[in-house]
Design a protein around this ligand. Structure first.
Ligand code: FE2
Length: 184
């Protein structure tokens, strides 16, 4: 989920693969991604040392990145909110390992498509998902995997005219609700 801050290299330094098991030399499907985030979540020695929390800039660290996959640990406070976004061409999976998160799917003509995801649960999604994630509990932690690895993401906001607009951003930028885009 997708996201490193504006961007200090230390936070995106990949950790070499040991402990991740055999990774296929091809893009992973959604079943493989959700299996991977569950397995990594069950290995806290891989991610626990990177956990830290920040209300202002969501804290996250890239654990692994190769031609087919990137793997992240994300840390959440209730102040952290990605805003609406998509993952361009990537599929993804998220395992919540501490606390709880809120995942909202962008709905048109439906009042609410949100769900609480508590520690011990995981979900996956395709490139067609437009969603928004935020922390529900202080000290929440999640493991995210994307394949192909994130490169660009789309961020969404409603402009002054009421039109929904997409802004393409780098995966290296922290996702957060964006300022109201100018109407065009
Ligand atoms: Fe996401």
């Amino acid at each position: 989920m997708t996201t490193s801050p504006r961007t200090e290299p230390a936070r995106t330094s990949p950790v070499p693969g040991p402990g991740l098991g055999e990774l296929p030399d091809r893009d992973l499907d959604r079943g493989e991604l959700v299996d991977l985030v569950r397995r990594v979540g069950d290995r806290p020695e891989l991610w626990r040392p990177h956990v830290a929390f920040d209300d202002e800039e969501r804290h996250y660290v890239c654990l692994h990145r190769d031609a087919h996959l990137d793997l992240w640990v994300l840390c959440w406070t209730p102040a952290n909110d990605t805003g609406w976004h998509d993952h361009d061409t990537s599929s993804g999976a998220v395992a919540v390992v501490d606390g709880s998160l809120l995942e909202q799917s962008l709905a048109v003509g439906s009042p609410d498509l949100s769900r609480r995801v508590d520690a011990g649960n995981a979900f996956d999604f395709g490139p067609d998902r437009i969603h928004r994630m935020s922390g529900l509990a202080a000290g929440s932690v999640s493991i995210h995997a994307y394949s192909p690895p994130l490169w660009r993401l789309g961020q969404y906001a409603v402009d002054a005219s009421g039109a929904l607009r997409r802004t393409s951003v780098s995966y290296a930028e922290e996702l957060r609700p964006i300022e109201e885009p100018a109407a065009s």
